[in-house]
Write a protein that binds this ligand. Sequence first.
Ligand SMILES: Nc1nc2c(c(=O)[nH]1)N(C=O)[C@@H](CNc1ccc(C(=O)N[C@@H](CCC(=O)O)C(=O)O)cc1)CN2
Ligand SMILES: Nc1nc2c(ncn2[C@@H]2O[C@H](COP(=O)(O)OP(=O)(O)OP(=O)(O)O)[C@@H](O)[C@H]2O)c(=O)[nH]1
Ligand SMILES: [Mg+2]
Length: 468
Amino acid sequence: MIDWVDPWRGTADHGGPVTPSESHTPTIAAVATAPGVGAVSLIRVSGPQAVAIADRVTGGRASRAEPRQAVRCRILDAAGATLDDGLMTVFRGPRSFTGEDAVEFAGHGGMLVTREVLSRFLACGAIPAGPGEFTQRAFFNGKLDLTQAEGVMDLISAQTSLALRAAREQMEGTIGRRTIEARDEILGVLAHVEAYIDFPDEDIDPDTGRALCDRLDRVSAAIDRLLATADQGRILREGVRTVIFGEPNVGKSSLLNRLLGYERAIVSEIAGTTRDTIEETVNLGGIPLRLIDTAGVRQAGDRIEEEGIRRTVRQIESADLLLEVADAGLPRPLLRPADVPEDTRHLLILNKADLGEHADWSGIEAVRISCQLDQGFDRLEAVIREALHLGSGEWGDHAVAINARHQACLARARQSLAAASAFLEPPADTELAAIDLREALDALGEVVGRVDTEDLLGVIFSSFCIGK
Ligand SMILES: Nc1nc2c(c(=O)[nH]1)N(C=O)[C@@H](CNc1ccc(C(=O)N[C@@H](CCC(=O)O)C(=O)O)cc1)CN2
Ligand SMILES: Nc1nc2c(ncn2[C@@H]2O[C@H](COP(=O)(O)OP(=O)(O)OP(=O)(O)O)[C@@H](O)[C@H]2O)c(=O)[nH]1
Ligand SMILES: [Mg+2]
């Protein structure tokens, strides 16, 4: 067998620009694996010149490679010396993640070797990919809709099993599909309405009007079901803002430390120990809790404490869940340490139960715990889950959870639908109804990225990591 001769070895013109492509889409490259030392690192290249560039880098192996099959190859520097030895996979567009020609090289995971290999791809004509640019290209090439692209991002950043489940569902296109179903139904109604506009002498007959309104009602209900998952979505992505508050020295920081499982906050017998808010996330059976320990609320002793108390009050106002802590051994405070918003879920916790309970607390509904003896925490966890309606596997069926962007678009669509329905009631105004229906369509289109709002897309994709 004759060994294949590397045509680039020993020649002088490596690294120069490759033949300019017909399209002006640049070919991008990035390290797709996490920075740092690992067993293997992956370099991704995508764009019209991906194969040509990979040919230069590997001495012609890419164009001869069977698509989607890993081949062993070496990455060569300009002088033909080996930079790394690994596996290359060539994808021919549109059968690739991005839909473009793409090449992946899995090399040794060292930081320096990976950087040198990437530099070699860049020297041979690729440009560094921006954050999220591979996924953005996949989106532009119709490989995923915008909700799926966001799902990819959610999947990577998911911190709990429930968040992961919701991200998977989104990546598989559930939100996009439901949005498109709603869109198609509205499109059908719009077609009817437009038909009447074309014959201005003809009034919409009441039966048809009612049937169209019924269809819109069903679409509205479907959108409402999606909108109802917004709270869940926010909680899964950002965590439940759980604010621990109460008078000084009752054991708020001790509670934070217990829930976290390590000594995060300073605990002391001196009242006024915590001056600023402290924030940490714990995983409560799949639900991320963003615990916020605050400065004890009382008449402030100095200006710093005063500011700490102001911050506590602000935290209380923006909480999803309030854990109010009191000392079981002390009389019940006459005044609430701070005003609690009516609609915020709120639990009273009596700490230091080990010291006995003051008569004031008898008959008062509270979770009794002792941070000192580590008692009452199973019950506390159960009560928190219940307060968040997580008791009986309630989230089981709702793996779908929309994000704030979807929520804003869907809410707009919902409003336009309501307006359109009103215009379809006799005496119908089909032209105005049509305008609102088109607005609803636009809003739904925005959910899946069917309208080209460049600014919006820029914001979404720039929050991705490089190489994704
Ligand atoms: N090596 C590697 N692993 C990876 C990725 C990648 O890009 N490269 N992914 C990146 O996120 C994820 C997998 N996602 C992918 C999605 C689509 C295609 C793809 O080639 N799609 C073609 C062919 C489909 C087929 O034949 O089944 C297509 O859609 O046309 C590849 C990876 C996770 N693992
Ligand atoms: N006996 C007993 N003491 C406790 C318990 N929990 C906390 N303490 C003690 O109570 C004191 C105050 O605890 P911290 O956790 O600092 O209280 P805090 O509410 O954060 O106080 P500030 O930050 O000053 O508002 C410390 O000396 C703790 O050791 C408990 O369950 N039982
Ligand atoms: Mg404290």
